[in-house]
Ligand binder design. Sequence first.
Ligand SMILES: C[S@@+](CC[C@H](N)C(=O)[O-])C[C@H]1O[C@@H](n2cnc3c(N)ncnc32)[C@H](O)[C@@H]1O
Length: 297
Amino acid sequence: MKPRDLTAGFANGAESFDRLFAALWSPIGAATVKAAGLRPGAHVLDACCGSGASAIPAADRVAPHGTVDAVDLAEPLLHLGRARAAARGLGTVRFAPGDVLDWPAPRGGYDAVVCSLGIFFFPDMAAGTERLSRLLRPGGRLTATIWARGAVEPLPELIFRSVLPERPELAEASRPANPLEPIGTAESFRDWLTARSLSFVEVERYPLALPRDPDLLWSLVLGTAFRGLLDGLPAAAVERVRERFTASLLEGGRDPIDFSTLVGTGALRRVAPRRHAGGTRRFPTAIEPIGPMPHIS
Ligand SMILES: C[S@@+](CC[C@H](N)C(=O)[O-])C[C@H]1O[C@@H](n2cnc3c(N)ncnc32)[C@H](O)[C@@H]1O
């Protein structure tokens, strides 16, 4: 499946997506930017930027001379991001449509790439993340945020069961494996990022929970990839899905829904100069790690 197929829900449901901005996307985006340790003057790529949850605080951090290229496939989300930046008078961020897997590196590479809740949409998560790290200058930092193990549960199952009576054929369809399952702990995510050409990887868990508010959580169905399950259903059927979803959410008790994330950051291993056997000339022949950048909070 192409990224565009999987992410159509974000473009078609931009308004619903943005209803979760204050409660969900913005706090996670802020945690991502804090972990990235951006400095004033840095040149940053925000990959899969959505409506600006991390791009806006990143643009604040790098001001006045830095830049943030904020890239997403979903143009309606970029409009919302631009409006947010304009409202804050931020001239350091540029929202641009595009597939980050084709996005070119600027001359010399970015100082930092951040990707909050985006890498698990790549058709090949490992190859896509490596592609992002290749957009960095040597020593530049990649910060990627994913859902922690158990987060968002039991919503996918509740949504699926609410849709099933309208789409009985789904019962036979094979359910795609969750790409985050093997890397949902801080330790496994750290090892996984280290295998993506990164050094000095640090992973922090950012705890977050939202109440079982059916209206708010229905926005998650309408504004994200879950929306694809409703494609082509008549309005009355969508309403029945919503009623079942609401009922099952409330039947499940009063406990809030966990939306905790893992925020991982590491530095690109750089090409190390090596002394030429016959003299003092140095050749870049090996990859060696450089030290971690101090965090600025
Ligand atoms: C869960 S949203 C997160 C958005 C934003 N980072 C935030 O935290 O609010 C995932 C976003 O990734 C975008 N996306 C997924 N794959 C992409 C790709 N290959 N290129 C650009 N954007 C992509 C989707 O369009 C969607 O806006």
